[in-house]
Design a protein around this ligand. Structure first.
Ligand SMILES: *Cc1c(COP(=O)(O)O)cnc(C)c1O
Length: 370
């Protein structure tokens, strides 16, 4: 019996950047600019380049990245924004934060993302934007969503908080849309040591506006062109993220290799494995399966000291905080079904094959015994 296997473990990432990080940390602390300095500007450029975008604007977190992108694009009071119910709560919160109304479209039960077909049914005269979420690291079909948005004159914003490095037809997040929001929350694929986020985009004017919005709508000291937010990225976080960004491709490859090993080893087990369309590159922020008796499997793994997590147990349209939107159970059957049966298995850079074999053995044993 091996030691505990957590669902996510960040220690390998830290150990691989530790020496370099500690020296940069000292340099930043010595130099005395702690918010929005040279490292933030450099990180903005590097992440924009990494994802194939013209501009990156660093902000306080991924939720603010969504909020500022929506506000910057003119989405506001009374506008409807079509999004997915199968996501972290922040997606809908950002829509509500700018005064708009989240409208939920159902997901594809195989890929867990919204599609042009499910979105189309929800378009009304009040629709202003579409906000797909690249859940677990798989891009929604941005090409068809872009086509739909263009045809209807809608804004298109990506919640790419879980999907830095993901691609469709070799093109990254932010490229098919007006803007993409990234989160640097510690467990994300590019995680900081605190909170952080970024908006990625092509449009220069939008970038300038979001730069203003993150500092109280100010363009020069004590001159405020409009009302904004206080949502800035720390120098320390940016400096440390720049070091991690140089490792990101390697860590993504590790995630993909682990995912391929699960895929191979579990394909005879009666569970639904993640699937990614042929034109996409999945970055496996999480490796999420569907199991009929999800809670039984979770308990079985826990008994063997193997971690697993339910992302997400309650779709947003059934959240108490959004009851005012008036959705009933049964309204979005695919999202509800996935929420009941989803389970994320351990997968992280630095996970050893031996550890993964333990997880595979335990999953197989559960179904052999059942
Ligand atoms: C993490 C996450 C967010 C929010 O990011 P924060 O940095 O925690 O604010 C939004 N949407 C999704 C899908 C996320 O996973």
């Amino acid at each position: 019996m091996m030691g505990k296997i957590p669902v996510i473990d960040l220690s390998y990432q830290w150990q691989s950047v530790k020496t370099e990080s500690l020296s940069v940390l000292e340099e930043v602390l010595n130099q005395g600019q702690y918010i929005l300095g040279n490292h933030v500007a450099a990180l903005e450029q590097e992440v924009a380049e990494y994802t194939g975008n013209r501009y990156g604007v660093g902000v306080g977190n991924g939720t603010d990245a969504l909020t500022l992108a929506l506000h910057g694009l003119g989405v506001g009071a009374g506008d409807e924004v079509i999004t997915t119910p199968f996501t972290f709560f922040a997606t809908a919160e950002a829509i509500a934060a700018v005064g708009a109304i989240p409208v939920f479209a159902d997901i594809d039960p195989k890929t867990f993302v919204i599609t042009a077909e499910t979105v189309k049914e929800k378009i009304s005269s009040k629709t202003k934007a579409i906000l797909p979420v690249h859940i677990f690291g798989l891009m929604a079909d941005m090409k068809s969503l872009q086509e739909l948005a263009r045809a209807d004159g809608l804004k298109l914003v990506e919640d790419a908080c879980q999907a830095i490095g993901a691609k469709q037809d070799s093109r990254g997040i932010g490229v098919y849309s007006d803007a993409a929001a990234v989160s640097f929350f510690p467990t994300k694929n590019l995680g900081s040591y605190g909170d952080g986020g970024m908006v990625l985009m092509e449009d220069e004017e939008l970038a300038a506006r979001i730069k203003r919005l993150r500092v109280h709508g100010s363009t020069q000291k004590y001159r405020h062109a409009e009302l904004g937010w206080n949502s800035r990225l720390d120098e320390i976080q940016a400096a440390l993220l720049r070091i991690k960004l140089r490792k990101l491709d390697e860590w993504t490859k590790q995630r993909q290799t682990l995912a391929a090993r699960y895929q191979e080893a579990l394909n005879q087990v009666p569970i639904q494995l993640p699937s990614s369309p042929r034109d996409t590159e999945h970055v496996y922020h999480l490796y999420t399966i569907l199991a009929q008796d999800r809670d039984g499997l979770k308990q079985h793994l826990s008994n063997q000291q193997i971690g697993s997590s339910v992302y997400y147990p309650l779709p947003l349209h059934l959240q108490p905080a959004l009851a005012g939107l008036g959705y009933q159970k049964g309204a979005l059957p695919a999202a509800e079904d996935v929420s009941e049966h989803c389970l994320s298995l351990p997968l992280y850079p630095g996970m050893e094959e031996q550890q993964q074999d333990e997880v595979i053995k335990a999953v197989k044993a559960y179904f052999a015994g059942a």
